[in-house]
Design a protein around this ligand. Structure first.
Ligand SMILES: [Fe+2]
Length: 270
């Protein structure tokens, strides 16, 4: 079985169309989408329709759950929260129901486990970021102990492309873009982002996983990055402090989100 693993579409239809066109050239049996279909960009309906038409197996991301009203946006940045509210107003009932019905975890033939955030938590797994050795070790332990016997867990949420292998008791980052999977160890894999890149390389990324050949390839797809950017600005969804560099903007955004959350807690305690 050959799978295309995608994540973080984030309502960017230009990126999704280019990625699906690239996937169409490969003989894949199934597309697995690790969530965050919506959020940030302006084409949520088109992206949902494309993924449904492609028969993609999707798990729920935190943005999907927020738009469906299943979690709050208290911990979201102001830009992300604004896009959630904007998206919610534009989706039809059946599209909201589609997002609300997505599972948090999926098991593909006892070979691959798919999650948005992390495998190890029982609750709130879509919001836990595997961005530290300690958290990756917890999800790796959950994979090793998983009753399915699956050797691979695919995750997203960090928007960062990565392949981790369990080696001598440690979860080790592999630098390669193409690997032959071993039969005697475990992997945590992250295909990066289709529609909301965080690094300097704006191309969409995804992974091709051939379970029979035991190969894993990273694919990078170029698309017109300016079209979704212009559309988000026009819709008022671009970051407010767009003149600041990304890391600084996100640090300020996180600080403001923390202040908002604290205010809400105080209000709730009154
Ligand atoms: Fe995301």
């Amino acid at each position: 079985m050959k799978l295309a693993i995608i994540s973080e579409v984030h309502a960017n239809v230009e990126a999704l169309e280019a990625t699906l066109a690239d996937i169409a050239q490969e003989a894949v049996d199934r597309i697995v989408c690790l969530g965050d279909i919506v959020g940030y960009n302006t084409e949520p309906q088109e992206c949902i329709a494309l993924l449904r038409a492609a028969g993609a197996l999707c798990v729920a991301g935190n943005h999907d759950r927020a738009v469906a009203g299943q979690i709050t946006t208290e911990t979201f940045s102001a830009t992300a929260a604004r896009a959630v509210a904007w998206t919610r107003e534009r989706l039809h009932g059946d599209e909201i129901a589609f997002l609300a019905g997505l599972p948090l975890k999926a098991n593909i033939d006892n070979k691959l486990l798919a999650v948005h955030g992390a495998l190890h938590p029982d609750a709130g797994c879509e919001t836990v970021r595997l961005d530290s050795d300690a958290r990756r070790a917890l999800s790796m332990a959950a994979l090793i102990a998983h009753p399915s016997g699956a050797l691979i867990c695919a995750f997203g949420h960090t928007h960062e492309l990565a392949i981790y292998e369990f080696r001598s008791g440690k979860t080790v980052l592999l630098p390669e873009d193409e690997i032959k999977l071993r039969r005697d160890t475990y992997y945590l894999i992250n295909p990066g982002a289709v529609g909301e890149p965080r690094g300097a390389d704006r191309r969409a990324t995804y992974m091709l996983l051939d379970l029979r050949e035991r190969t894993l390839y990273v694919r990078r797809v170029a698309y017109d990055v300016w079209a979704p950017l212009a559309a988000t600005r026009k819709a008022g969804l671009g970051p407010r402090a767009a003149f600041l560099r990304g890391p600084l903007r996100s640090a300020i955004g996180k600080g403001l989100a923390a202040i908002r959350a604290r205010k809400n807690l105080k209000r709730a305690a009154r």
